[in-house]
Design a protein around this ligand. Sequence first.
Ligand SMILES: Cc1cc2nc3c(=O)[nH]c(=O)nc-3n(C[C@H](O)[C@H](O)[C@H](O)COP(=O)(O)OP(=O)(O)OC[C@H]3O[C@@H](n4cnc5c(N)ncnc54)[C@H](O)[C@@H]3O)c2cc1C
Length: 363
Amino acid sequence: MTQTDICIAGAGIIGLSLALELHARGLSVIVLDSGAPMQQASTAAAGMLAADDPHNPPEISDLSHLSLTLYPAFLDRVHSLSGVAVPFQTQRTLQSLSDNRAPTLPQELRAKLMIEEDSTALDPDSGFIFLAERSIDPRQLAPALIAAVANTLIQAIYDSPVISTSYGAGSVTVQTPAATIQASHFIDCTGAWAGSSDNDANFRAIPVKGQMLSLALPADLPLRTTLRTEDIYIVPRTLGPAAGRAIVGATVEEAGFDRTVEPAAIESLRQRAISLIPGLAHATIVDSWAGLRPATPDRLPILGRHPTRPHHWLAAGHYRNGILLAPATAKVMSDLILDRTPAISLEAFSASRHTLSLAIGVL
Ligand SMILES: Cc1cc2nc3c(=O)[nH]c(=O)nc-3n(C[C@H](O)[C@H](O)[C@H](O)COP(=O)(O)OP(=O)(O)OC[C@H]3O[C@@H](n4cnc5c(N)ncnc54)[C@H](O)[C@@H]3O)c2cc1C
């Protein structure tokens, strides 16, 4: 039996960020994943750090802004451990304020999407505002984050699902097909799979499918600014291997664990993008994919102690904002586990909110 301070299930952005933070605080850490690391929601994402999206639930505002302040240090840590610099791709977002799912984007605003930053104020009647919002490319972050973890003493064991946990005095025993691990703390970071392998579970994360596509931008349409309406977003990549492309997303579907990419859904996204920026009619589709956002019934993350199992923690359910929320999640979860008071209130994210009427499922 292997002994460790911390055993984390799930090597997506939440599990790996938390592993780095706990390791930096001096704890021994094992990370397990049922497959390869960073292959699920964390690389399906567009990578917007959308802390001020008016459609976000207000409860995540403090956590989102904490994460924004932590992002540069998070990327610096990844850089210093992996040798790979992950840049911010965009610096601002043109956000529609209209509830109309297909607002008209005036020609003069379309032109502004090709400028990274400018200081001209927008006509308040335009129905759009500029947000000082950045984005990253999660597919650029993934190899850097995996390498950063590999260059520490964290033990990362992939293709190794957690199949059960049991609880004794002062520790959790975690079982995989090939290993038994005894940990002082177990943390479920399995995203859309949180709680899903317990047949008696009344709580499970809800997978919410998102289909997306990537377009190669025509030379006369060098987008530099993210565009977001209530219905769709267009996120340009400006640096690295995907520079010159734009991500168009995304569908929001409750379809279980199905990740089928449907040509009709991709074409519908493409047409909606063209209706905002007609020049995208000349952009070719490079790729399309689907990922599973980890949701909870109230669409807020669960961050904290398991309500009934000792030494068992949950950091899951980040839904549409897990890329944004990863650095803050790593920090506040590490504070909780080390018995320190986090900088912000986590009351809205307590697992017990789902157990008032439900028994929560565990791995
Ligand atoms: C289409 C789409 C667009 C998005 N866009 C954005 C965006 O622009 N900005 C943003 O902030 N967020 C965005 N998100 C949300 C973001 O991707 C997620 O919130 C985030 O990636 C969740 O990270 P995670 O580590 O919890 O989950 P995941 O990345 O899914 O990782 C969970 C891991 O757990 C593993 N696992 C499952 N079961 C077990 C088990 N029994 N034992 C061990 N391991 C297990 C899985 O293999 C997986 O590797 C988007 C998501 C989608 C799908």
